[in-house]
Design a protein around this ligand. Structure first.
Ligand code: C2E
Ligand code: CA
Ligand code: CA
Length: 384
């Protein structure tokens, strides 16, 4: 048995004995230092060998097909721990490109979240480019399924692979993480500074949220702010820590006004009631779930769409107005940047131009419930 096989065997028993634990590192808003999410990083402390770095065991786990099991454990442990933490933060999980080739991955992730009653809208999936996958058909299918379940997809370590731009344009990412090596070199190399500025601009022009990784100094944070980068992660804001220390990290980084943990969750019944309240109004408004299916619509909305009353519900919004499934990824990314998605202009069947506003609808702890679709002006002369 060679060293890698031995490591794989030890890893397998560590997985069986709870020897692998999730650690959590904050991802913060550069504007105000608020923690928006936590990246989940695997930690293995072997009783004999001591700390084993993920850089050593993750590639082995990948080669021996152990990453799905690892992800499942990290997710379940994180979801259960998160019950006591603020309900408005997302969790970033690392998924290897090999895992995306497995058609069962999305189902496994959904099952872990449902079993732990954790909303999939708070699950972000970080994927690192791998030059070895030439056929992106199944990876794209897996990511589309995850998006339909409400997850958000991030491209990790941007700029380190062979074909970052091909990946970026072929897969449905809504977040881009700039690799730490560029951020760390910013102060010494003007080239790196230019690369980071260009990547921030590229990301934003594609409607993506951009996170700078490996931020260790206040100077780096200042430079990034100056470039318009909104999100960051690194030792400056917090090192990866065990679950037991997360509340302390959050209390030092989150201002108490934003801490939604203490608010009482609204019941599903009350939410549905509020939605139907809005639907009785004269406004052309609809409400859709995170996957873009209309769940409720006002009479005026159905009239504007020229469908019979109640027939908009159950349809995907892209069957009704001129948006694509990708638009949701963009809307969510803009929301993460605390910006509003621009109005969508559309020519209605009656020939007039409508301005349609799609806005995230969140509960009191900022959890995404779905989206509202609202017509800015009366589009059908008969409706006004
Ligand atoms: P990554 O996804 O790019 O994660 C960020 C890495 O940078 C982490 O290393 C983190 O501890 C480190 N880091 C964060 N801020 C700073 C900083 O300011 N300075 C420096 N020098 N480092 C910083 P870690 O935990 O050793 O993980 C290494 C890599 O292993 C990760 O890189 C990720 O690709 C992989 N990995 C870790 N956990 C998992 C996992 O559960 N599944 C998979 N598939 N991969 C994982
Ligand atoms: Ca990552
Ligand atoms: Ca990274």
């Amino acid at each position: 048995m060679n060293a890698d096989q031995l490591l794989a065997r030890n890893l397998l028993s560590a997985l069986a004995n709870g020897g692998i634990q999730p650690f959590f590192q904050p991802i913060v808003s550069l504007d105000d230092g608020r923690v928006l999410g936590l990246e989940v990083l695997a930690r293995w402390h072997d009783p004999v060998q001591g700390y084993i770095s993920p850089d050593r065991f993750i590639p082995i786990a990948d080669r021996f097909g152990l990453l799905d099991r690892l992800l499942d454990q990290l997710m379940r442990t994180s979801f259960l721990a998160a019950a006591d933490w603020p309900h408005n933060i997302f969790f970033g999980f690392n998924v290897s490109p090999t895992q995306l080739r497995n058609s069962e991955l999305a189902t496994r992730i959904a099952k872990a979240a449902i079993d732990c009653a954790f909303p999939l809208s708070r699950v972000h999936i970080e994927v690192t480019e791998s030059g070895f996958i030439d056929d992106l058909t199944q990876p794209r299918r897996t990511l589309d399924r995850l998006i339909n379940l409400g997850c958000m997809i991030a491209m990790d370590d941007f700029g380190t692979g062979y074909s970052s731009l091909t990946w970026l344009s072929s897969l449905p990412f809504s977040k881009l993480k700039i690799d730490a090596s560029f951020v760390m070199a910013m102060h010494e190399h003007r080239q790196s500074r230019k690369i980071v500025a260009a990547v921030v601009g590229l990301g934003h022009s594609l409607g993506l949220a951009v996170v700078a990784e490996g931020v260790e100094t206040a100077e780096q944070a200042d430079l990034l702010r100056g470039m318009g980068c909104k999100l960051a992660q690194g030792y400056l804001f917090g090192r990866p820590t065990s679950a037991s220390l997360v509340p302390e990290v959050l209390s030092t980084l989150v201002s108490s006004a934003d801490d939604a943990a203490s608010s009482v969750p609204m019941s599903l019944e009350l939410r549905a009631h509020r939605v139907s309240d809005a639907c009785e109004s004269d406004a052309a408004i609809a409400f859709m779930d995170p996957a873009g299916t209309v769940v409720a619509s006002s009479t005026a909305f159905d009239r504007t769409m020229e469908v019979h009353r109640g027939e908009a519900a159950g349809r995907h919004i892209w069957e009704l107005i001129g948006v694509t499934p990708e638009t949701f990824a963009e809307i969510r990314a803009t929301d993460l940047l605390d910006e509003q998605f621009p109005a969508i202009e559309e020519t209605t069947a009656s020939g007039s131009t409508a301005r349609i506003f799609i806005r995230p609808v969140k509960d009191e702890s900022s959890e995404l419930l779905g989206y509202s679709v609202e017509f800015g002006e009366p589009t059908n002369p008969k409706a006004s």
